[in-house]
Design a binder for this molecule. Sequence first.
Ligand code: UD1
Length: 417
Amino acid sequence: MKIMELEGQKELKGTIRISGAKNATVALIPAAILTDEEATICNVPEITDTDALCNILKELKVDIKRASESIIINPENMENIEIAESFSKKLRASYYFMGALLGKYKKAVMYFPGGCSIGARPIDLHLKGFEALGAKVTNEKNKYTVEADELRGANIYLDFASVGATINIMLAAVKAKGTTIIDNAAKEPEIVNVATFLNNMGAKITGAGTPTIKIEGVDHLGKCFHEVIPDRIEAGSYIIMGALCGNNLKIDNIIPEHIESLLSKLEEVGVKLDVGQDYVIVSKPEKYKPTTITTAVYPGFPTDLQQPFTILLTQAEGKSKVIETIWENRFMHIPYLNNLGADITVKNQTATIMGATPLKGTEVVATDLRAGAAMVAAGLLASGKTKITNVEHILRGYEQIVEKLTEVGAKITIKEI
Ligand code: UD1
């Protein structure tokens, strides 16, 4: 087991370079098996979610070469075998193999995916999409078999603009006969990144990034080279840390348009930002103003930044609110924040934060990935020492977090216990 220790109240100064997006990478790796030749993906983050997906590729006998930030994936000799539960439960995104294997072989057999416990996380929209394309879905004790004689293009309306369902349906439809239209599709930048990757292979996808995506099926997908977009959630997490402890902290290699909702909320609470073409420079202000944030699908305020942003609201004078509309169970970090000295109550899907309260280091738990980032932000701000357990959650999504924060002045270590 790993434990993270932070000594708080250190000024953060210098530059943090943002890695490739986790949520794009975890879709791009399964998507790569759709090529009939070879796919090279660069700017791949070194996180444990990447390792977990590469382990699934190895199980499927896919040839992979990893060199610094690139992965070369060659599925020429791959075998379409059942993906065991021990592999699928490592992360949510293992379910992208369902769409990719179905799209390539018209058959996928795998167990229900794992991932952070932030809600019920059903996959009904993914399965309905596969069925609309002509697949038959059977489910026996958590094991899903998705199979079709032929995949035919279809018009699919998503009841909710789900990121996972949108990507999974694109993967399944890319080689189907005829045209597929996904309506009420999710618009997140990661979806555009995956569609671009598939188009680089020879797919015909238009409209990614809008609510209507059109996929004209093709027979062959070829060799391609692709770059992962910068991680907007990693960027947002460090910008929030800069708003808490920064002195001209530069967050570099980002696409500021991808985090506009966060930047405007930061300005609203009184944080001064210097926004460049591919960077943001952030400093801690004298005072923070309270506000309300409501999470929403892109381009709304991202649910994944709600937890770290809450730390900032503990420092605002007066009453703030966080309204979570995407996940049913995304306030598990609140009791730990209260242990650190915050004054937060949760009722239904709303957290009410009374500030400003000083935070004092103690032992806390990273209950899920972004709750973990919130604990790191709290530990940077708090007086004294903060110990975080369940650090494995954080390492699933933040590349070299200790090195990146140490470089800008934080006192942070991870120990094996
Ligand atoms: C992705 C992100 C996650 C982020 C979330 C919302 C990845 C790997 N993870 O998760 O970090 O928090 O988007 O921005 O990209 N739903 C259903 N049925 C389905 C699918 C989803 O009811 O078949 C519901 C979910 O329970 C949830 C909502 O739709 O309430 C959003 O889920 P979705 O957009 O699918 O999130 P993920 O793709 O799992």
